[in-house]
Ligand binder design. Structure first.
Ligand code: HMG
Length: 394
C-alpha cells in the first residue's frame, strides 16, 4: 500500500513594512480603482535592506519547525528567483541559520514562480520512498519591477515554508499532476539586473492559456470535472489574474458550485491583496489564505492547485484536506504578521526601494536592529553576506 504523503505544516513570513496602494495610485496619477479593482491589489510588502529571501525563508520555517522535525529532515529545498548568490544556494545559508543538521541535502531551485511546485513534488516523491523522513520546502521571493513602472503595483515579497511528511496533518498531495513548459518571452530578469523585465499583457495571456490547456488535460487524465474540485489556489501575480483564469471554465460547474468556487476564490486571494506578488511563494500563500479565510472547508475537500512561472512553465494538481487540518493552518500567526506591519508613505517606500545593499565590494551595514527577534541580513564584510539570527528563537 502506498503511504499518503503531503503537507504536514505550513508557515509564512513577509517583511514588517507595508505600502497602501491607493496612496501609490494617487502619487502615480492613476485611478485608485484601477489598482484595487482592475488589478485587485490593496497593499504591498515593502522590503527593507535587512530582509532578503534567506531571512524571510528562515523566519517562515522557524515558525513551524520543532527539534524533532529537525532530526527527521533529509533535505532542504529552497525555491526562489531572487537568489542572493550566483553560486551558493540560499538553502545552505538557511540550513545554518535554522540550526539544521549537517547530514541533509540542500539545494536552490529556479524557474520563475514555478520552482516551489517542482520542489514540493520532489519532496513528495522522496518522502514516498522514505516515509520515515521529512523534507523542508521553502519558497521565497521579492517581486521588484521598479519605481513608476506598469508592474510596480504588482510588487510584493514573502516566503512560505512547508514541511512534507508521510501521513500529513494538513493535506495529502495527489499523484495527478499535469504540466507543460514552453520558451516564452513574457517575463525575465537578465543576470545583471535586480528588477524584472516584463511584457505584462503577454504574460497574462500565456498564464490564461496554460491554465485552460492544463485544466482540459487534467480532466482527460483524471476523469474529474469542475464540480469535484472544492476550491482553488492559484499563482497570484495580482489577484485579478486568478479570476481571469477561472472565468474561462467556471460555467462548467453547476450554479451552486460556481458560487462556492467564487466564495473560496475570494478567500484564497485575501492575503495576496495585502502582500502582493511573492513569485514562488504566491500559490502556497494562496492556499494558506484559502485555509485561513474560508470556514466552510471540510476534511476530504479536494483543492486544485495551479502553479505558473513565466518563461514559461505550469503545473496543475490537487490535494485533499485531512481530518484535523483546521488545527494546522497558522491563521492567527499570519494575521498577526500582516496586522502588525508598519505603514510607510510613498516617499519612504521609494527611499527604501533604492537602499538595497547590492554591492558586495563595499563593506556595509544594513538597517538591521540588534534587538529584533527576526533573522536579518546584517551587511557585507569582505565580500561575504552576514546574517544574524536570535538564537533563543530557535
Ligand atoms: P496595465 O497596462 O498598467 O493595466 O498593466 P491595464 O491597462 O491592463 O489595466 C488593468 C486592469 O485594470 C484592466 O482590467 C482595466 O480595465 C482595469 P482587465 O481588462 O485586465 O480586466 N482598470 C480599471 N478598473 C477599475 N477602475 C478603473 C480602471 N482602470 C483600468 N479606473 C499589468 C497591468 C498587470 C499587466 C501590469 O501591472 C504588469 O505588467 N504586471 C507584472 C506582470 C504580471 O503580473 N503578469 C501576470 C502573469 S505572469 C505571472 O504570473 C508570472 C510572474 O509572477 C513572474 C514569474 O513567474 O516569476 C509575473
Amino acid at each position: 500500500m502506498t503511504v499518503a504523503v503531503g503537507i504536514d505544516k505550513i508557515g509564512f513570513d513577509t517583511p514588517g513594512l507595508v505600502l497602501d496602494l491607493v496612496s501609490l495610485a494617487k502619487q502615480r496619477g492613476d485611478e485608485p480603482d484601477k489598482y484595487t479593482i482592475g488589478i485587485g491589489q490593496d497593499q504591498q510588502a515593502v522590503v527593507p535592506n535587512y530582509e532578503d529571501v534567506v531571512t524571510m525563508g528562515v523566519n517562515a520555517a522557524q515558525s513551524i519547525l520543532t527539534d524533532a522535525d529537525r532530526q527527521d529532515l533529509d533535505m532542504l529545498i529552497f525555491a526562489t528567483e531572487s537568489g542572493v548568490d550566483n553560486s551558493k544556494s540560499a538553502a545552505v545559508f538557511a540550513q545554518q541559520l535554522l540550526d539544521l543538521p549537517v547530514n541533509i541535502r540542500t539545494i536552490e531551485l529556479k524557474q520563475a514562480c514555478y520552482a516551489g511546485t517542482y520542489g514540493l513534488m520532489q519532496a513528495r516523491d522522496y518522502v514516498t520512498l522514505h516515509p520515515d523522513r521529512k523534507v523542508l520546502v521553502i519558497a521565497a521571493d521579492i517581486a521588484r519591477y521598479g519605481l513608476a513602472t506598469p508592474g510596480e503595483v504588482t510588487q510584493g515579497a514573502g516566503a512560505v515554508a512547508m514541511l512534507v511528511a508521510a501521513n500529513p496533518r494538513l493535506a495529502v498531495i495527489h499523484d495527478d499532476s499535469v504540466f507543460m513548459s514552453q520558451d516564452t518571452p513574457d517575463f525575465w530578469r537578465p543576470i545583471d539586473r535586480s528588477q524584472a523585465l516584463v511584457d505584462g499583457h503577454l504574460s497574462t495571456d500565456v498564464y490564461k492559456a496554460m491554465f485552460a490547456k492544463l485544466w482540459q488535460r487534467y480532466q482527460d487524465q483524471t476523469g474529474l470535472d469542475l464540480n469535484q474540485i472544492d476550491g482553488w489556489a492559484f499563482h497570484l501575480p495580482y489577484t485579478k489574474m486568478a479570476k481571469k483564469a477561472l472565468d474561462q471554465v467556471i460555467d462548467q460547474a453547476d450554479d451552486r458550485h460556481q458560487d462556492l468556487l467564487k466564495q473560496r476564490l475570494a478567500a484564497s486571494q485575501a492575503y495576496s491583496r495585502r502582500v502582493g506578488n511573492t513569485y514562488t511563494a504566491s500559490v502556497y500563500m494562496s492556499l494558506l489564505s484559502l485555509l485561513a479565510n474560508d470556514d466552510s472547508l471540510q476534511a476530504g475537500d479536494r483543492l486544485g492547485i495551479f502553479s505558473y512561472g513565466s518563461g514559461a512553465e505550469a503545473e496543475l494538481f490537487s490535494l485533499s484536506l485531512v481530518p484535523g487540518f483546521e488545527d494546522q493552518g497558522p491563521k492567527t500567526a499570519v494575521n498577526r504578521i500582516l496586522d502588525r506591519r508598519q505603514l510607510v508613505s510613498v516617499p519612504e517606500y521609494e527611499r527604501i526601494f533604492s537602499s538595497q545593499l547590492l554591492d558586495s565590494t563595499v563593506n556595509s551595514r544594513s538597517a538591521a536592529s540588534p534587538r529584533s527577534l527576526r533573522a536579518q541580513f546584517w551587511g557585507w564584510q569582505d565580500g561575504q553576506r552576514l546574517y544574524q539570527v536570535p538564537k533563543d528563537e530557535l
